[in-house]
Design a binder for this molecule. Structure first.
Ligand code: GLN
Length: 544
């Protein structure tokens, strides 16, 4: 067996250059050549995980099967590779320190002074090698968050330096992602920022093996030579990463630039097998040549920041390609929805998705959006909080339970149709204490979801504290809102649907975390299909 090889991806000049996409694209190309590849993200912030972060801070919090609350880049890794990630794929400074401090309290350092070097760096090195040592992977790509030169990423850079030395040439390499900006006034691409960031990396004892240069214009041969000479890399290792119209084009762009071949060469691995990207290309082909178009309203309160709903947006891309439909997603701020504005704001939508979320802000707008979808036969998907809002809306407007609410919003709600599980009531710590990760769900026969999944047993990922209150279940079912998915062990309701509506589904879990290019999520595929059918039906009716 070959020893696991390590690729470190660092970033220079600015943040937001798309390290996650470059890492995922390279991983895709290596995987397509038969190498078992995984990606890991190291985040230099002090939160133990992003679970306690507001989406405005850091975008969506992604959840893995094992219940880890992680950086949204892990979503890209899973969507590109179709391989599951876990807690080991995302490490933060908070987690590193927490672990080192716990060891110190247990006396494991035997009276030594505990320091950044070697104790923190050792912990980082251990975490980097966990995936490699599992024997499951030929190649581990580790993405270092932040930008080279940041104070907080120094221990990570030092750990990479030590590992490069320990693992030896051809076993570990560094890919440095930088920006080559275009100065319109000079009409020229500039290489100096890249030279400086490579220099900063060298000051920490690390020489980049490959440069990936983000650019808005083609980098000329002459500029590539200059970059190679001043940054100490071979010319073939200067890779241009030009702005792409979709992130899903990046693997092919990287292949054209030879990122995978130069990587394999440096790692002393064979590049004889050509990448098999047939499934990927089939998806791209459909994604780029839609036969129809639909518009779906995404009702949420974090809509100002696209990254807040990253996985939902990507799931629509996958489901759109599967149905050969262009899915336009219109963001609708739930705080601005009122009885006065609702018709105008939701006009022209072919489908409505009410998004996940926490807290009271904007919930009345979400409830109005549910009511609009239910009463006007607009296909509806409610995710997590969106499902809870669908239950509240039905309770208030169909069952006539005035004041029905979730106890998250009103502890003393007269009709607590969404409430806390007993186990959750005594919890005071916020971090990592929700119902998290993969839970089984049994789909009831003769339901819409049973047909969509084509299965009776499914497993989906959760991230919430509050639940459908089973005390009201019979009342709901008798009035036409059916519990179509249930966790057998706990009896918790995971899915509700309204059989008399063309397509109305609320799920307590997050289907968006499991949609990938190779495996678009059935619920999103089914939703997009229903939206399209309903649109066609309406167009035909208006023509008749
Ligand atoms: N706030 C709700 C809960 O905790 C829903 C969470 C979510 O949408 N992810 O149950």
């Amino acid at each position: 067996m070959v020893e696991t090889k390590y690729i470190f991806v660092t970033g220079g000049v600015t943040s937001s250059l798309g390290k996650g996409i470059i890492a995922a694209s390279l991983a895709k190309l290596l995987q397509a050549r038969g190498y078992r590849t995984t990606i890991q993200k190291l985040d230099p912030y002090i939160n133990v995980d992003p679970g306690t972060l507001n989406p405005y801070e850091h975008g969506e919090c992604y959840v893995t099967d094992d219940g880890a609350e992680t950086d949204l880049d892990l979503g890209h890794y899973e969507r590109f590779l179709n391989v599951r990630t876990s807690q080991a794929n995302n490490v933060t400074t908070g987690r590193i320190y927490q672990s080192v401090i716990q060891k110190e309290r247990r006396g494991e350092f035997l009276g030594k002074t505990v320091q950044v070097v070697p104790h923190i760096t050792n912990e980082i090195k251990e975490r980097i090698q966990i995936l490699g040592k599992s024997g499951d992977y030929d190649i581990v790509i580790t993405e270092i968050g932040g930008t080279v030169g940041d104070i907080e990423s120094l221990p990570y850079i030092e750990s990479v330096r030590q590992l490069l030395w320990e693992l030896g040439d051809n076993n570990a390499i560094v890919i440095h992602l930088t920006l080559v900006p275009y100065l319109a006034a000079a009409g020229e691409l500039k290489t100096k920022p890249t030279q400086h960031s490579v220099k900063t990396l060298m000051e920490s004892g690390i020489k980049a093996d490959i440069l990936v240069c983000r650019t808005e214009h083609d980098i000329s041969d002459e500029k590539r030579e200059k970059l190679a000479l001043f940054c100490n890399v071979k010319k073939e290792a200067v890779i241009q990463s030009i702005d792409a119209s979709t992130i899903y084009d990046v693997p092919q762009l990287m292949q054209k630039e030879g990122l995978d071949t130069v990587t394999l060469k440096k790692l002393n691995l064979s590049d004889e097998v050509e990448p098999d990207l047939s499934r990927w290309n089939q998806f791209l082909e459909r994604h780029k040549n839609p036969k129809n178009e639909i518009t779906i309203g995404l009702v949420g309160k974090y809509v100002e920041l696209q990254d807040s709903y990253k996985s939902i947006l990507e799931s629509f891309t996958h489901a759109g390609a599967e149905n050969e439909v262009k899915v336009n997603v219109r963001s609708i701020h739930s705080e601005y929805l009122s009885t006065k504005t609702i018709d105008k704001k939701l006009m022209g939508l072919d489908g409505i998705l009410v998004a996940p979320g926490f807290g009271e802000r904007g919930i009345e707008g979400k409830i109005l959006a549910v009511q609009y979808a239910r009463e006007n036969d607009v296909p509806f998907l409610g995710i997590c909080l969106g499902m809870q809002m669908a239950v509240i809306e039905f309770a208030r407007n169909v069952l006539g339970l005035e004041g029905a609410n979730s106890t998250e919003m009103n502890e003393d709600a007269k009709y607590p149709v969404i409430s806390l599980m007993e186990e959750q009531k005594s919890i005071t710590d916020m971090g990592g204490t929700m119902r998290l990760g993969a839970w089984d769900c049994e789909l009831q026969p003769n339901t819409l979801v049973h047909e969509i999944y084509g299965a009776s047993e499914i497993s989906e990922r959760h991230r919430h504290r509050y639940e459908f209150n089973n005390e009201f279940k019979t009342e709901f079912e008798e009035a036409g809102l059916v519990a179509s998915g249930i966790n057998k062990k706990t009896g918790l309701v995971e899915i509700v649907e309204i059989p008399s509506h063309p397509w109305f589904v609320g799920v307590q879990y997050h289907p968006e975390y499991k949609s990938t290019v190779a495996n678009p999520h059935p619920l999103f595929v089914g939703f997009v299909k229903a939206v399209l059918n309903q649109k066609k039906k309406q167009t035909n009716a208006s023509l008749a």
